[in-house]
Design a protein around this ligand. Structure first.
Ligand SMILES: CC(C)(COP(=O)(O)OP(=O)(O)OC[C@H]1O[C@@H](n2cnc3c(N)ncnc32)[C@H](O)[C@@H]1OP(=O)(O)O)[C@@H](O)C(=O)NCCC(=O)NCCS
Length: 236
């Protein structure tokens, strides 16, 4: 996959390609991105109240459109992005849904797009910024073992673990497509990932997911941001 003006390949995991999108203010990039958006997306752009959120949406959506047009070998005019029940976007070409898996996340100056030819995927990125209500967030987001492990740390080590666990949970929830409808405190990040390994496996069986889908999760964090990607594994 080739780099674009404001995006470039970031990682590859089991055939899932992860692209980094540079969301820094740049009028030339933003002008180029605008030309990719369809009318409904331009209306959505106008409704954002904050310039930063507008820019994140614009630069990520345009990069996504360009990447999908390449992957699906279609024209931008024929590509539509609709949303499933809980808001997860999916692509249609000439009105027909395609099974290509993709997901988007943005935070501050960083966007990530995960792409897979044949798997459902979820991605999450978070800039490492201090959180005013960290302990309240921990209480509402994490399970008992996770809370104990976080309580044993302080300062930047606590913040890093917080974001590492948060992005893994969010990537899993987004891969499934649950979004806000899932109470993420009901499941814990696999122990080996909590202990610092970079890849792990997860099943939602206790949360009522039918079948026995195994989800593969990878930590993609760098010094600048925390991030994780989750993708559907082989069905057992
Ligand atoms: C909307 C949600 C999917 C992600 O929100 P977010 O983390 O604020 O935002 P991100 O930048 O990571 O992701 C936004 C993108 O996810 C995609 N998305 C929206 N709904 C989705 C869903 N149900 N499933 C997967 N992806 C979804 C969209 O592409 C969206 O980007 P776009 O609007 O520019 O197209 C939702 O899960 C959420 O708000 N979660 C926060 C809930 C929480 O408290 N989590 C605790 C930490 S684990």
């Amino acid at each position: 996959m080739e780099a674009g003006d404001w995006w470039r390949p970031h990682a590859q995991v089991d055939g899932v390609v992860i692209v980094h999108v540079d969301l820094a203010a740049d009028s030339a990039n933003e002008e180029a991105a605008w030309s990719w958006l369809h009318d409904a997306e331009r209306l959505r752009w106008q409704r954002f109240l904050h310039e930063g959120a507008q820019r994140q949406y614009l630069l990520c959506r345009a990069a996504l459109r360009s990447l999908l047009c390449d992957a699906l070998d279609c024209r931008n005019g024929d590509l539509a992005l609709d949303s499933a029940e809980h808001g997860k976007p999916y692509a249609t070409v000439d009105g027909r849904a395609v099974s290509f898996g993709f997901n988007v996340s943005h935070s501050g100056c960083h966007g990530l797009i995960a792409l897979s030819h044949d798997r459902r995927v979820g991605v999450d990125v978070e800039e490492l910024t201090a959180q005013r209500n960290l302990d309240l967030l921990i209480e509402g987001t994490f399970g008992p073992n996770e809370q104990t492990e976080l309580a044993a740390l302080d300062g930047s080590r606590k913040l890093r673990l917080f974001f590492r666990l948060w992005t893994i949970k969010e990537a899993l929830s987004k891969a499934h497509g649950w979004g806000l409808s899932l109470d993420v405190s009901r499941f814990e990040v696999p122990k080996n990932l909590r202990d610092g390994e970079t890849t792990g496996r997860f099943q939602f069986c206790d949360l009522g997911e039918p079948g026995d889908t195994v989800w593969h999760v990878s930590n993609l964090s760098t010094d600048s941001f925390a991030a994780a990607v989750a993708h559907e594994g082989n069905r057992a």
